[in-house]
Design a protein around this ligand. Sequence first.
Ligand code: NAD
Length: 353
Amino acid sequence: MKICVLPGDGIGPEIMEQALRVLEALRGDGFNFEVETALIGGSAVDATGTPYPEATSKAAKAADAILLGAVGGPKWDTLPREQRPERGLLAIRKELNLFANLRPAILYPELANASTLKPEVVAGLDILIVRELTGDIYFGQPRGVREENGERVGFNTMVYSESEIRRIGKVAFEAARKRGKKLCSVDKMNVLEATQLWRDVMIEISADYPDVELSHMLVDNAAMQLVRAPKQFDVMVTGNMFGDILSDEASMLTGSIGMLPSASLDANNKGLYEPSHGSAPDIAGKGLANPLATILSAAMMLRYTFNLEAQALRIENAVKKVLAAGYRTGDIYEAGTRRVGTKEMGDAVIAAL
Ligand code: NAD
């Protein structure tokens, strides 16, 4: 099993080191792997002038799965747009056709107080947001800033083809089928024609999934419902831009972005696995970052790409044990628990394994 490892920028290398130690602890017993490490994001810009170098593209294409830390930081924020670290992420998703982004938002009982919402609103929360990742206004043409009537005008294009909607819809229905059998499709059909098509196609696909209950919600209402009564949702499916915002909102229901893994899959379950958070430049290099989102991303990789459910569960159960034992990095710390750094948290997970 070939894993391409892309540590990236900021806290990326620190959290990746712990995830790799956890994978190493599982080596053998049906799981053997090779690692090829490559550059992405700002560190790639510094070394090669581009956020997604040819060598990285080659390594990513040759691998079965890609494990990524995070990219970005203030150092690169003023570069021309095509050299910004985030461009590396968009490029790899597009090149590998990783159109389906799966982001679970699970609230571990021990962390119920970490949420800013009342514990009764969020305790036991377990939702999955399925976000389309390679289309929509983020990639639509035409785009740009032009001069019009003596002033600058910025413009982007929201565009979705029927086939793009259909393939993400199928992923979401399949995921719902394996969980609570409820799927909520989020759109803005009252204003945007592109999303009326989205709703129409979702309804068409639902004919193939009579066991899954399909509902629809406008994105503004969905944003409200996620903080009002998030447990009403099982699986949500939406486009790239709405999904970007709603999945971040959902992640904060759980109290810490440092806990949340994600998977981005192609049609053959090749996947890119990464924590949902960014490169956290404010704490980079200090040994303070929470490595659990990256460790849980590695667990998702074992489940979705390598079909190693038992090993994935071993990691997830080890994380639960560590939380139950009171280990906390700063982002999830509360009085009465044990504050640890990045490496100590990795040690604890390995011991629990
Ligand atoms: P961020 O997620 O990096 O940080 C937000 C806050 O959460 C910070 O206070 C940070 O310290 C904290 N945090 C994040 N991850 C943590 C962890 N594992 N442990 C403990 N605390 C953690 O978001 P931001 O500050 O908006 O962005 C910083 C940089 O990351 C920017 O350059 C941005 O473009 C980039 N970014 C990258 C990705 C990605 O690589 N997928 C995603 C989002 C943002």
